[in-house]
Design a protein around this ligand. Structure first.
Ligand code: NAP
Length: 279
């Protein structure tokens, strides 16, 4: 049993994020795309970051503007400091400020440990961890400069780090990826502690198996799907919208007292499903 038809549709209250400005990195594909669209549907103006694939980013912008909010596509490699500062400076100039950062951009470069090159290790750490550090740092500077604007939000800003169940679950053949997400978990918690006194909320969303290009091999064939579903007690592969809904909720004032938390959105993957029938 696996039906994305059972993903709740259209449940985002339209004005939940009205007047807020959101930056989503890696928003021309998969989870970032669905999240950018979800934030726009909830009333936020959205900057759609991409590194390649301008056309795909422009399509996302078009869909978001159809909700009557503003959107724009900005190119930047999140692992490059000068490109990140240029992107956030431009957003402040063109959109006025940043209220929500979704540090989503990420990639995999898989290899067995003894065959993994330093380049594969470094690339994943650079994008998945350093990229989030750079984007969070620039967003936090802007949040502190502006402070709380009560008509817009109870907090001065929200940072949502896209983590993974692999911040918790070790993953053979993916030591670079699992290490980067373990790093994201501790970076998120430390930033949450440091920035909470400035009314900045830092949290993470940790997806399980979501049907996107990053993990195509895990869901593309019936055999792979069957293997994967064994790891998911809820017995469906996740849809990018599942993550979008979680991010919109976490970014909203409904979650104003939620600080330093990881929200697992994984159909129960982190519940040790191997123990369901004994152990
Ligand atoms: P995806 O469809 O491959 O999307 C990844 C996005 O990151 C793409 O838009 C990609 O842009 C962008 N990106 C890569 N390197 C970048 C860079 N240096 N600067 C800016 N953007 C960059 O995969 P996804 O599944 O949506 O992944 C999104 C996030 O969710 C990642 O952090 C991933 O680790 C996390 N996640 C995914 C799953 C899952 O099951 N799918 C599970 C847990 C966590 P280009 O396409 O232009 O390269």
């Amino acid at each position: 049993m696996d039906s994305t038809a059972s993903v709740p549709q259209g449940v985002i209250p339209v004005q939940l994020l009205k007047g807020q400005k959101a930056l989503v990195t890696g928003a021309n594909s998969g989870i970032g795309k669905a999240t950018a669209i979800g934030l726009g549907r909830a009333g936020a103006d959205v900057v759609v970051n991409y590194v390649a694939g301008r056309d795909a980013a422009e399509e996302v912008v078009e869909e978001i503007t159809s909700f009557g909010v503003r959107a724009a596509a900005y190119e930047a490699d999140v692992s490059q400091e000068d490109q990140v500062t240029a992107m956030t400076d431009r957003m402040v100039q063109e959109f006025g400020t940043i209220d929500i950062l979704v540090a989503n951009a990420g990639l995999q470069r898989d290899a067995r440990f003894t065959e993994m090159t330093l380049e594969q290790w470094q690339k994943v750490l650079d994008v998945n961890l350093t990229g989030q550090f750079l984007c969070a740092r620039e967003a936090a500077k802007e949040f502190r400069r502006r402070g709380v604007v009560p008509e817009v939000s109870s907090s001065a800003g929200k940072i949502i780090c896209m983590s993974s169940v692999h911040q918790l679950i070790p993953w053979s053949g993916h030591v670079n990826y699992a290490s980067s997400k373990g790093g994201v978990q501790m970076m998120m918690a430390t930033l949450a502690q440091e920035l909470a006194p400035y009314k900045i909320r830092v949290n993470a969303v940790a997806p399980g198996a979501i049907r996107t290009p990053i993990n195509r091999s895990a869901w593309e064939t019936p055999e792979a799907r069957e293997d994967l579903l064994r790891l998911i007690p809820y017995k469906r592969i996740g849809d990018p919208q599942d993550i979008s809904h979680a991010v919109v909720a976490l970014a909203s004032d409904l979650m104003d007292y939620v600080v330093g938390t990881t929200l697992y959105v994984d159909g129960g993957m982190t519940l040790f499903p191997g123990f369901a029938t004994g152990g």
